[in-house]
Design a protein around this ligand. Sequence first.
Ligand SMILES: Nc1ncnc2c1ncn2[C@@H]1O[C@H](COP(=O)(O)OP(=O)(O)OP(=O)(O)O)[C@@H](O)[C@H]1O
Ligand SMILES: [Mg+2]
Length: 376
Amino acid sequence: MKENPFIIKGYKSEKFFCDRFAETQDLLSNVANGVDTTLISPRKYGKTGLILHLFDQIRKKSLPYYTLYVDIYSTLSLEDFVKELSSSILETFPEKSSAGKKFLNFLKSLRPVFSYDGLSGSPQVSFAYSSDNDKVSTLKDLLNYLNAQNKPIVLAIDEFQQIAQYPEKNMEALLRTIIQNLHNIIFIYCGSKRRLMSEMFHSPNRPFFSSTSTLSIDKIDRDNYFGFIKEKFKENGLSISSEAIDFVLDWTKLHTFYTQCLCNHLFRRQKDITIDDVKASCREILNGESANYAQFREFLTPQQWKMLIAIAKEETLTQPTSARFLSKYNLGGATNARRMLDTLVEKELVLKETTKDRTSYRVYDVFLLRYLALEY
Ligand SMILES: Nc1ncnc2c1ncn2[C@@H]1O[C@H](COP(=O)(O)OP(=O)(O)OP(=O)(O)O)[C@@H](O)[C@H]1O
Ligand SMILES: [Mg+2]
């Protein structure tokens, strides 16, 4: 069977990557000018993909930078952060390369414990600390080591908002102080919690205030996504009607991950795709998820659940406290509705999008949105 061109995990190569020309250019320009970037978008729009695409472009164009990607989503403390950073360095600079050899020699001076991740087999490293200060100096040593390389390093830290959860309360100040002196590392801080990221980088009383250029990524341009989908089918000797593609893009609201999932599903049909195939795939996807989605009800109060369904039915909600909306779905008073809405946003079940003209709300997970609107 042919390789499915619609990937739903990570990054493969530019062939499978749609658009993001302007964003890639912006990032390349920031890198070339030594400007750090804060990269923000809702979940699953394609931040991680964009970073990996940037790194791929840096390699393809033989630009004079090392690239390093660290995902700190699962880290809970400074200690985890240091561990994740060193594991990424080990993975990026293979033992046999000269940079890898140098790094290993350097690491040995920090009294490391080496192991391998049981699942992925990737190298892991941890350190024996005698005090909290020890952790800070290990972090400093690691970053200073990176800073001293013969080429600048582009260091992307994914899910950066996570550091706000660490028990070390001064983590932001600490990092900022260390980073200020590292002129050979260009940072990309990436995150999906807009409020947390914004507070960190845009509040005057926070250490990272105004230290970076912000890049907010939006949905992929509709025409470009349309062309991409058509072309991927064509390259594989298959066709998909324009009507079918429009249906895909509407149904998934151009939310990258969901568009990719639906296209991946369609490609598996290995036939010329009509709108009826798309509708059948939509049904199959929702059937597959239904047991999972039914569980959501248990995490919410009956009123919150009712609110979630109401938002799903509206598709996009702009006036959540209007009499029309509240009475149509029997949601009670405005104050209470506002509170429920805030909770649903906090739980990341509802996406709040603010532009300069308006604030709107929609169910975050597009498949859940379609499921709720259909089932209730
Ligand atoms: N430009 C693109 N073209 C095609 N597929 C893409 C593109 N960008 C991202 N994807 C795919 O979409 C999915 C979601 O992208 P990605 O994981 O990069 O999003 P994210 O914003 O980092 O999400 P999260 O907030 O959950 O970390 C992935 O499967 C990825 O492979
Ligand atoms: Mg990501």
